[in-house]
Design a protein around this ligand. Structure first.
Ligand SMILES: [Zn+2]
Length: 196
């Protein structure tokens, strides 16, 4: 487990000047020292932490997101164990998120949804923002997580994220509808011929 502060400082809770400077500069929050300590405490019990590298933690509402690099799969048990270790932070839920520099991968690890596309846009002020398109049939599952995803994305990438929903055609369905339309036209043709 790699952390951006000295392990000895984090474990003891007494920070040296170098570690203190990283907190004072705002790069890391004071409470993130507790998060790093909890991760170090659990390191020997969770295989996924062995090669993990701490990137950042973000609190949105009553949920804590811990972003770790060099992890692929994170067990739910790890999040549960962290919730226990960090009960003093008054957090209801903890999500451990695999970090990525690829905006699309980051969105995919934050949202339980298929991501159709992610496009990069450049605002006139020089800032970058992203628009992610998700299938509209996933909207009911995602709407609750939309705000927190945007907040976590912003604090990790420094960029705004917008989410749009797109209707995805269900294979088979549209053709069926078209066929029934054709059938109706044919039927009216037949009826007209019979009538004349
Ligand atoms: Zn230190």
């Amino acid at each position: 487990m790699q952390i951006p502060l000295d392990k000895i400082c984090v474990k003891s809770g007494v920070l040296c000047d170098k570690c203190k400077a990283k907190i004072d500069s705002g790069k890391y929050q004071g409470w993130e020292v507790d998060v790093m300590r909890a991760l170090l405490n659990l390191e020997s019990n969770f295989r996924e932490l062995k090669n993990a590298s701490y990137r950042k933690s973000v609190i949105v509402g009553d949920t804590l997101y811990i972003v770790l690099d060099n992890v692929t799969v994170v067990s739910r048990q790890l999040a549960r164990a962290l919730e226990k270790e960090l009960s003093s932070l008054n957090i209801r839920r903890i999500f451990v998120v695999p970090g990525s520099n690829d905006p699309r991968k980051l969105i995919e690890s934050l949202l339980p949804s298929q991501v159709l596309s992610v496009n990069t846009y450049y605002a006139p002020d020089g800032s970058t923002y992203y628009i992610a398109k998700l299938p509209s049939n996933e909207r009911w599952r995602i709407s609750e997580l939309e705000q927190s995803t945007k907040a976590v994305f912003k604090s990790l990438s420094g960029s705004d994220l917008y989410i749009e929903y797109e209707n995805v055609t269900v294979p088979g369905r549209p053709r069926d509808l078209e066929e029934s339309k054709i059938d109706k036209t044919k039927l009216s043709d037949v009826l007209r011929r019979i009538g004349s």
